[in-house]
Design a protein around this ligand. Structure first.
Ligand code: G3P
Length: 221
């Protein structure tokens, strides 16, 4: 099983513009040297410059299911695809969507051969998301996001419960977990709970030395 690590730059200045490119280059180097699959989700306006600078997968932080036409301000799947994105987060805790919009966004990504990661906040929402057959669901308890307290330690039951729920509904859907993940032991604990990777942000983006922090993250796998 190849471990998947998705780094979300959110709106951190340390992950914006030229900084997003530097972060992506660090991800590329660590991915190459450790044989892990590391992807990055910069701000939408930075997708093109990041995807032009590195050959690791670049994701959008959000996508709408809107098709071609008069949908001012919507994030159009073909636009991010042409900017170089390989996939997108959907329904992140900080960018919640309705169930209908989640379904439309996942369908738009699938129709364009792109990878979908539906974010969820509890086991019931994870089960509902799995029924939409995304490539990944990412369980992140909102109260632990940005806390530095790893979900794989603070709430292991939400990870195992999500893995079990997904297996029952659609075993092709892979489970990521996120919130407070930063160290190698956090990632190892997540994998031991049945997750196939992690979604993380501040532990790397805000680290004094993000590359060093990434090497630590992959040091136990
Ligand atoms: O999308 C990842 C995120 O919500 C987790 O944030 O800062 O706790 O790693 P953080």
């Amino acid at each position: 099983m190849s471990v998947f690590i998705l780094l979300n730059c959110k709106t951190y200045d340390e992950g914006t513009g030229a900084n997003a490119v530097k972060l992506a280059q660090a991800c590329r180097d660590v991915a190459e040297n450790s044989g892990t699959n590391i992807a990055i989700a910069p701000q939408i306006p930075d997708i093109f410059r990041v995807a032009s600078a590195v050959d690791i997968p670049v994701y959008s932080q959000h996508i709408d299911g809107a098709g071609p036409g008069s949908h001012t301000g919507k994030v159009y799947v073909r636009s991010v695809a042409q900017a170089g994105a390989a996939g997108s987060l959907i329904n992140h805790s900080e960018r919640r969507m309705t169930l209908a919009d989640i379904e439309a966004a996942a369908a738009a990504l699938k129709a364009n051969g792109m990878t979908s990661v539906i974010c969820t906040n509890n086991i019931a929402a994870t089960a509902a998301a799995a029924a939409l057959a995304p490539d990944f669901v990412a369980i992140e308890p909102p109260e632990l996001i940005g806390s530095g307290i790893p979900v794989s330690k603070a709430d292991p039951g939400i990870v195992t419960g999500s893995v079990d729920a997904v297996k029952k509904i659609n075993p092709n859907v892979k489970v990521l977990c996120g919130a407070g993940i930063s160290k190698g032991e956090d990632l190892k604990a997540a994998l031991d709970l049945g997750a196939e990777g992690v979604l993380l942000a501040s532990g790397i983006v805000k680290a004094k030395d993000p590359k060093e922090a990434l090497y630590d993250l992959v040091s136990l796998i």
